[in-house]
Design a protein around this ligand. Structure first.
Ligand SMILES: C[S@@+](CC[C@H](N)C(=O)[O-])C[C@H]1O[C@@H](n2cnc3c(N)ncnc32)[C@H](O)[C@@H]1O
Length: 279
């Protein structure tokens, strides 16, 4: 797609995602590398950084991965079967009410397109767009308080689908990025579940795999291995001694984010995060 054509389309995430980076992008902008040919995002979630780069950078190849199989199936269906997906979403949009939400939430074994439509429906209507599953891997977030949730944003889904046409999307743990990114033409952005600032902020329930202190260290090792090959690497995490310590050989910038720091979502404050770069 030409740059002129891209400027007319406004790309943005089609999912709400806890920890989504949309609001931080103005602060991140000056830290993104000026140029790269290949982009890798191993903790994809809602993909806010990918959609921003799509809008603002010259054409690049991309590989988007995440460990959450339902999320990846949804991206693949948006890319490959957007028309059929929209038809299913329109049905959900028409039928949406509390009873319908809890009925559909119980259908844990759907596959393919039906699973993707359910995933988007639940994401647009559940509490705060959270993704949380029980130990059996079943989505268990209650309904949110939205008057008229926009479940089927047709224009957005079509534009995202077109943008994803040449993009590789796969279910992978973050280490798989080592198979892909190898040179200074590559840019990797890591947005892992954050290291908790306190025991009560220990929310890492995006998938049935939680993200432990050892995982943070394994991620640092992957970051360092990529950096050694000349790959441009950038990572977001919480601002705390442990994270500053394990990334001390790299550049660390402080970012201030508006976040709910209290279980009462109305009590919002600024919380410090870090952005680490290898370049
Ligand atoms: C903070 S979210 C990413 C948010 C995303 N950057 C956005 O803007 O919406 C973290 C993501 O990491 C994924 N994840 C958790 N553990 C993982 C692992 N070991 N390997 C790959 N992805 C993982 C989760 O499924 C979740 O989608």
């Amino acid at each position: 797609m030409s740059t002129a054509a891209k400027e007319k389309i406004s790309y943005r995430p089609f999912l709400k995602w806890a920890g989504g980076k949309s609001k931080l992008i103005p602060q991140y902008e000056k830290f993104f590398p000026k140029e790269f040919n290949n982009y890798y995002e191993p903790f994809l979630g809602g993909g806010a950084v990918f959609f921003h780069l799509l809008q603002t950078r010259s054409p690049f190849k991309a590989v988007l991965t995440d460990i959450n199989a339902d999320l990846i199936n949804t991206y693949c269906c948006v890319r490959d079967h957007v028309e059929e997906l929209i038809k299913l979403l329109e049905v959900h949009q028409k039928r949406h009410n509390s009873e319908y939400y809890y009925d559909l939430r119980n259908y844990h074994n759907l596959k393919g397109l039906e699973a993707a439509a359910r995933f988007i429906y639940l994401n647009r209507t559940c509490f705060n767009g959270l993704y949380r599953v029980n130990p059996k891997g079943e989505f268990n977030v209650p309904i949110g308080k939205y008057k008229n949730p926009n479940i089927c944003n047709i224009d957005l889904l079509y534009s995202v689908s077109e943008a994803l046409q040449s993009i590789e999307i796969a279910e992978r743990g973050f280490e798989a990025v080592l198979d892909y990114a190898k040179t200074s033409e590559d840019f990797v952005y890591f947005d892992p579940p954050y290291y908790p600032l306190s025991d009560t902020s220990n929310f890492t329930g995006y998938s049935r795999y939680s993200f432990s202190k050892d995982d943070q260290i394994r991620l640092r090792d992957v970051f360092a291995e990529l950096a050694n090959c000349g790959v441009k690497v950038m990572l977001s995490n919480s601002d705390c001694e442990f994270i500053r310590d394990i990334y001390s050989e790299f550049k660390i910038y402080r970012i201030l984010a508006a976040r709910a720091i209290n279980s009462n979502g109305k009590k919002r404050g600024k919380i410090a995060e870090v952005l680490v770069t290898s370049y």
